[in-house]
Design a protein around this ligand. Structure first.
Ligand code: PLP
Length: 381
């Protein structure tokens, strides 16, 4: 089997190449001539049904990257997440979810699912002994993230898969932070892997997209819902995402190296109280991360000494690290999750979840790591 780097360049692409074109052309056409063999609405060749040549190439490439059966791209990471959950759950059903999740996912579960009759049981995904009592007769799925945002914890992912199998649940994992370079959920038995392709997969902070990768029959089901909900990706965005993905392995491997170096540097800095990064020996997730991941990723978070004021001042002094939400691009971005991704979480809960207002999250880019260390040093004073 070809290796990941080769699949990024070649997998899923039409052969022979259309008109000999080395890059896949953008099929900027809303509709296509009928072939006469369509069996119904979902088979009609129409861009909202995610079946242009740009979509099909991405689907095959993404499935190949995670060694999964099938994949589907969506108009955003949230479209991937919400369409998947709404495909699997109906009124009366119940889903188990880790207590720390991306803010948008957490808000959807808390604010939108209950109104549709779906209840959510919050679990500590690092403590399997507590899961059984959270199970109900109507529990259908269990939902975790590979590396939690923004505390950088790697939960007991192996136990999640076996618990899901024992109890007939669909195991779902948001693999955005790890990317297929560092973790491939299907290889560990997960049914569905979700991505904000806005982040590492595209890698250039210039589009919004999502992906669902996993078991064929589930992807088919989610695809049919996506056709109805309409959250499909435009062919031009498909082209950009495909172009960005070509360099995924080069980018992420560099980010693995740079983030580890920056994490170690910050950990030894007298003006820093605490650093969260699974690659550090001090991380409670280190042993598990070392066993499961091929790299620790480009995301870290830290608390500077001096509380909120110190954190605010530091962010303002950074010259290379731009103060912006989002992550996974070639440029270093910093953000304070309490005011961005987790702004909807009540202040009283934030501390308990390990997200004080002074916590700074860093998405490490591919600048020279020496320059990044110098930038953080001058900002820390
Ligand atoms: N999952 C994670 C881990 C994220 O960080 C984000 C966005 O920040 C999303 C999902 C949502 O993705 P999008 O903004 O592409 O809808």
């Amino acid at each position: 089997m070809e290796r990941l780097e080769t699949k990024l360049i070649h997998a899923g692409e039409p052969r022979p190449r259309p008109e000999g074109s080395i890059a896949i052309p953008i099929y900027q056409s809303a509709t296509f001539e009928t072939t006469g063999v369509e069996e119904g609405y979902h088979d009609v060749r129409y861009a909202r049904l995610s079946n242009t040549p740009n979509h099909l190439a991405l689907h095959a490439k993404l499935a190949a990257l995670e060694n999964a059966e099938a994949a589907l791209v969506t108009a955003s990471g949230m479209a991937a997440i919400t369409t998947s959950l709404l495909s699997l759950l109906e009124s009366g059903d119940h889903v188990l979810a880790h207590k720390v999740l991306y803010g948008g996912t957490a808000s959807f579960m808390k604010q939108d699912l209950p109104g549709l009759g779906v209840s959510v049981g919050v679990i500590d995904a690092s403590d399997p002994s507590t899961w059984r009592k959270a199970l109900t007769e109507r529990t259908r799925a269990i939902y975790v993230e590979t590396i939690t945002n923004p505390t950088m914890e790697v939960a007991d992912l192996e136990a999640v898969v076996s618990f899901a199998r024992e109890n007939g649940l669909v195991s779902m994992i948001d693999n955005t932070f790890a990317s297929p370079v560092n973790f491939r959920p299907a290889e560990h038995g997960f049914d569905l892997s979700l991505h904000s392709a806005t982040k590492y997969l595209n890698g250039h902070s210039d589009l919004i997209a999502g992906a669902v990768i996993g078991r064929k029959e589930l992807i088919r089901k989610i695809g049919l819902k996506l056709d109805h909900f309409g959250g499909s990706l435009d062919p031009h965005a498909c082209f950009l995402l495909h172009r960005g993905m070509k360099t995924l392995a080069l980018r992420v491997r560099q980010q693995n190296v740079s983030a580890l170096e920056l994490a170690r540097h910050l950990e030894s800095h007298p003006a820093v109280e605490r650093v969260n990064y699974p690659g550090l020996e001090s991380s409670p997730s280190h042993a598990r991360a070392a066993r499961l991941l091929d790299g620790y990723g480009g995301m870290l978070s830290f608390v500077p000494r001096g509380g909120l004021e110190a954190a605010r001042a530091l962010c303002g002094r950074l010259r290379l690290g731009a103060l912006a939400p989002s992550l996974g691009g070639v440029e270093t971005l910093v953000t304070r999750p309490a005011e961005t991704s987790h702004v909807a979480t009540p202040a009283s809960q934030l501390e308990k979840l390990g997200i004080p207002r002074s916590l700074i999250r860093v998405s490490v880019g591919i600048e020279a790591v020496e320059d990044l260390l110098e930038d953080f040093d001058q900002a820390l004073g």
